[in-house]
Design a protein around this ligand. Sequence first.
Ligand SMILES: Cc1cc2nc3c(=O)[nH]c(=O)nc-3n(C[C@H](O)[C@H](O)[C@H](O)COP(=O)(O)O)c2cc1C
Length: 340
Amino acid sequence: MALSRKTFLRVLGGGIVVAAGAAVAVPRLDAMPASAVEGWRGPGPEEADPRRRALAWALLAPNPHNLQSWSVDLSQPGAIVLFADRTRLLPQTDPFSRQILIGHGCFLEILSMAAAADGYRADVALFPGGEWRLDRPVARIVFVKQPGIAVDPLFVEVPRRRTVKGKYEARTLDASHKVALFAGYGAPALPLAIADEPGRVDRLRALAVAGSELEMNTARTHKESIDVARIGAAEIAAHRDGISLKGPMIWALRQTGQMTPEKAMTPGTLAWNGGRDYALGGYGSAQTLQEYPEMAELRAAMHRETGTPDGAILQMFFRLGYAGDPGPSPRRALQSFVTV
Ligand SMILES: Cc1cc2nc3c(=O)[nH]c(=O)nc-3n(C[C@H](O)[C@H](O)[C@H](O)COP(=O)(O)O)c2cc1C
């Protein structure tokens, strides 16, 4: 959007943007570009191949830093061979690609639900080439026609799923919701616990905040997030991945030269402080589980606090709460995942 030279703008500490002469337009600045989120409508009518139809849903899965590290080979009829895209990893913060693989698990789960909705059973063989390495597949999935196959009731929720990165409402977990969450949990081999006693929540929160602070203050790990930060609508539309920074405040900071990757790497700047507030306010919640050496002590403290036994790994730690819909995050086009 072209701004008249006369339009002036002030950014106040509290996050208010004042733009003389543009008061109505401001809230729309830097909105999420429609092209970046078109995938949330599911497969287009031109997609006839059931594998591609299921993949169009699977790519809506949650995944670390929204890198969408999925790469699929469709060269074998009726089968999908899934690899990790080795150009889309997080070597500093996720050195073993453990979290990248969790994202693959989420992808496979939605893929199976979507296949069933089309009348196919997805037979998933994990790590068919042996113990996983980057050059080996994560999974091979064979589509088998099975009319009448049950469809997971959660499938209809896929277009509405979101990761909420902002603050949650100040509201405790409803007891009936807690019961329903446990009832719907289908992986007994991986114990699930919900911490909702205030003292315990405070201790866990303090560890999470410490983890976020440490990550931001470790240049090489912080840089990994900054490198995938997409600042403003144009960058978001160009990449359709990564961490989207958008909205009037970001727009204003960009216009005034205060939101650049360099500034976001420099403690004390508005960009740094804003990122810190954002991370500590919400999204930095799971960072204590990162497996780089500097995090070892906090990770051990988190294992102690959650009663994770020696030798076991706390796979995920996440916030649970109530919040409005933050809107969908970007996804790349289906074709960009298909390598063969
Ligand atoms: C293994 C894993 C770890 C994640 N860790 C975090 C995290 O620490 N903080 C966070 O806000 N989101 C985290 N996410 C969520 C992703 O950032 C999110 O899925 C991605 O940006 C896409 O957004 P969406 O889930 O709204 O589609 C994680 C997701 C996965 C699968």
